[in-house]
Write a new protein. Structure first.
Length: 223
């Protein structure tokens, strides 16, 4: 969602952004920061102001700009150790709200903003190994796909996936999307073995086609 001043450097746009930053309306502040981030400008104060509306309790009603904060953080601070550590703390919390970044926001950011990060990989493995419902509060398909994309062939995540997938009787979408973390014959065969009993086998079939394709001899017959 581009802000009106995004990408512009005219004096009028600069003045508009400066006034927006002083507004009591959090949406205007976010819009001004978004404009700066789109121009490649990041600042510690902007980071703190972005984190604030997605932290703590129910301080702000949902709006398009507040919902855009995770994307702005990802664009401006992807790979930041400070953001990563905040997200690890938020994702470890049992409940959605509390001190620090909301659990759902933290979980989604960990899946997208830190590709290949070893500490995040350890957290992913911990969720798969120990959580009854991994990635709770952000269990939607994009989270699972983002993990597969951003931690492709990471040994810690792949090993955890190989332990987790065989124990899942249901969870077709989660299993199928996570399976794309490694395009090995072992994971391919795990997906194939689920086709006959899956509640929604189109998920397994789609991942087999995406990850291995019809040119793979093991995929042709079952799909």
């Amino acid at each position: 969602m581009p802000s009106p001043a995004a990408g512009q450097k005219t004096p009028a746009a600069e003045e508009l952004a400066a006034r927006a930053r002083q507004s009591v309306a959090v949406e205007l502040v976010i819009a001004a920061i978004d404009a700066a981030v789109r121009r490649g400008i990041t600042a510690d104060d902007d980071f703190r102001q972005l984190v604030s509306p997605v932290s703590g309790g129910w301080r702000y009603p949902s709006s398009a700009w507040i919902d855009a904060v995770p994307e702005i953080l990802m664009r401006g601070w992807a790979g930041s150790e400070g953001l990563r550590d905040m997200c690890l703390d938020g994702a470890a919390r049992q409940w959605e709200h509390g001190k620090g970044i909301k659990k759902s926001v933290a979980t989604a950011l960990l899946a997208t903003a830190f590709p290949g990060d070893d500490r995040v990989a350890d957290w992913i493995a911990g969720e798969l190994n120990h959580a009854q419902h991994p990635f709770l509060m952000a269990m939607q398909p994009p989270t699972w796909r983002n993990i597969a994309v951003n931690f492709r062939d990471h040994p810690v995540v792949v090993d955890a996936a190989l332990r987790w997938i065989p124990g899942q009787q249901f969870n077709d979408s989660e299993v199928s999307l996570l399976a794309l973390v490694s395009r090995t014959g072992q994971i391919r065969d795990l997906l194939i073995s689920r086709l006959a009993s899956a509640s929604f086998p189109h998920w397994e079939a789609a991942s087999l086609l995406e990850g291995w394709g019809m040119q793979d001899g093991g995929v042709q017959d079952p799909v």
